[in-house]
Design a protein around this ligand. Structure first.
Ligand SMILES: NC(=O)c1ccc[n+]([C@@H]2O[C@H](COP(=O)([O-])OP(=O)(O)OC[C@H]3O[C@@H](n4cnc5c(N)ncnc54)[C@H](OP(=O)(O)O)[C@@H]3O)[C@@H](O)[C@H]2O)c1
Length: 310
């Protein structure tokens, strides 16, 4: 297949590209800068210059492809206070792809998240499919869930659409996401912290296992599928803090909910979530089997702690 991939230069995209080319697909990646274009060329992909804000460019790239994987997200503005703006741009891009692919029967796979789907219990692929299920969310996170539902509804318009929900940590060597931020905060504060008793859980997946699931979704997911790229169903935050503390030689300590904002900054709200998720239905549907290290084993390999800038 000729596959158009947005976000192909990103953390997950740069693992998805070799996964696709290794399976014989031809990849064209969206690049908004010379640096991203060079990275895509080096990875063996074709380059389509453009941005998420250029619907004409997205439409023409999708029309020329046999399938689309949409991974780009404006994390730069999302994590500096404008998550709503990032979610709105994402929704417009998905609308554009939906129009371009309607009636074609082609695959369209987007990234979404598991965090906050079903607080306090194990979320499954069946959660979050009806509009009422996002009632506890607001703003950008609610918009993102609505965009995922819109993607699934494209199944009734002749698009083989699917949504891959990612856990909050997609970990691996070179990760600059939540785990790297948590290690950085521990280093800055001189203590590896967790909130409350730290029994709240996060699911997790290794980047290469997530990339493999995107390829399986592109190749085989039935129209309207929700897939969970979840390898670890729920890792207690305290267990994560303990590994970080051990590797950095720092004490491990509880931070009260009142002090979490000051201690963890923007990460505090995410870190307090108890949001485990399962992938039983995904494994049954597509035969996906995570093969790379789980979160604790990956942290224990030490690569998160070698770089003093993280
Ligand atoms: N990583 C995780 O732990 C995680 C967890 C849950 C969900 N997700 C979701 O998974 C998807 C991929 O995440 P990621 O971690 O790979 O993100 P990432 O490393 O931040 O990469 C984002 C990608 O989007 C591109 N992009 C950003 N703004 C753009 C714009 N205005 N126009 C065109 N391209 C733009 C970036 O291009 P440049 O290379 O030019 O910057 C980059 O390729 C996202 O939807 C994300 O929210 C990720």
């Amino acid at each position: 297949m000729r596959v158009f991939v947005t976000g192909a230069s990103g953390w997950i995209g740069s693992a998805v590209v070799p996964e696709l080319t290794g399976a014989g697909h031809q990849v064209t990646g969206l690049a908004r800068s010379d640096a991203s274009a060079a990275a895509l060329t080096a990875a063996g992909a074709q380059v389509h210059r453009g941005t998420l804000d250029d619907p004409g460019s997205l439409r023409s790239a999708a029309a020329a492809a046999d399938g689309v994987i949409h991974l780009a997200f404006k994390h730069d503005i999302a994590f500096s206070g404008d998550f709503q703006g990032a979610a709105d741009a994402d929704r417009r891009a998905v609308e554009t792809f939906g129009e371009a692919l309607a009636g074609s029967g082609r695959p369209f796979v987007i990234a979404s998240g598991t965090l906050g789907l079903a607080p306090g219990r194990v979320a499954t692929e069946r959660d979050g499919r009806d509009p009422g299920s996002a009632a506890h969310l607001s703003g950008g996170p609610q918009t993102r869930m609505a965009t995922a539902r819109m993607t699934l509804s494209l199944a009734s318009r002749g698009v083989r659409s699917s949504v891959v929900r990612l856990p909050p940590t997609v970990h691996g060597e070179g990760d600059h996401g939540f785990m790297a931020a948590l290690a950085g905060i521990a280093r800055d504060k001189g203590v590896s912290g967790y909130i409350g008793d730290g029994s709240n859980r996060w699911p997790a997946v290794h980047r290469f296992d997530a990339a493999h699931l995107f390829r399986l979704a592109l190749d085989n997911a039935p129209a309207g599928s929700v897939l969970h790229a979840v390898a670890d169903q729920g890792v207690p935050i305290r267990a994560i803090a303990e590994v970080i503390g051990r590797h950095l030689g720092l004490p491990v300590a509880a931070i009260s909910a009142q002090d979490a904002g000051e201690h963890f900054g923007w990460l505090g709200g995410y870190l307090a979530a108890d949001s485990p998720a399962s992938s039983t239905l995904t494994r049954e549907l597509l035969g996906w089997r995570p093969a790379h290290p789980g979160l604790i084993d990956d942290l224990d390999k030490g690569h998160y702690f070698h770089n003093q800038s993280t």
